[in-house]
Design a protein around this ligand. Structure first.
Ligand code: 5GP
Ligand code: ZN
Length: 116
């Protein structure tokens, strides 16, 4: 999947609508279309990076920003104290279906561990 046929790049360009919860020059966060928990938000870089395997050393700060953005949204959604989970799925065994890295932020209910 390249930038030209990437669904999340289309969401960034607002060609596909989404419920945006945060946006700046570098990152965007929006509600997952098929939520797995009461709070299920995806935090993505505006730059197209297919998987975590493709993250360059020069992009480490951007990855950290995705995590910090998730923490700020968790606070905003008032799940920071009850707890939440942040996940990157990478490739087939983890069930990655969209090949533009996205950090899942899940919370609002008791989450089971280990995940399936
Ligand atoms: P993955 O399995 O790749 O880690 O997760 C992809 C996530 O993207 C899924 O949770 C799925 O529901 C979500 N998703 C897929 N297409 C769309 C879309 O067009 N809009 C939104 N908001 N979420 C999407
Ligand atoms: Zn993309």
């Amino acid at each position: 999947m390249t930038e030209t046929n990437c669904i999340f790049c289309s969401i960034i360009k607002k060609e596909i609508p989404s419920k945006i919860v945060y946006e700046d020059e570098e990152v965007m966060a929006f509600e997952d279309i098929n939520p797995a928990a009461p709070v299920h938000i995806l935090i993505i870089p505006k730059q197209h990076i297919a998987t975590l395997n493709d993250l360059k050393e020069t992009e480490e700060k951007l990855a950290g920003k995705l995590l910090k953005t998730a923490a700020l949204i968790a606070k905003d959604k008032k799940i920071d104290q009850t707890g939440y989970r942040t996940i990157f799925n990478t490739n087939a065994n983890a069930g990655q279906v969209v090949f533009h890295i996205h950090l899942h932020l899940l919370g609002g209910r008791k989450l089971t561990w280990p995940p399936g």
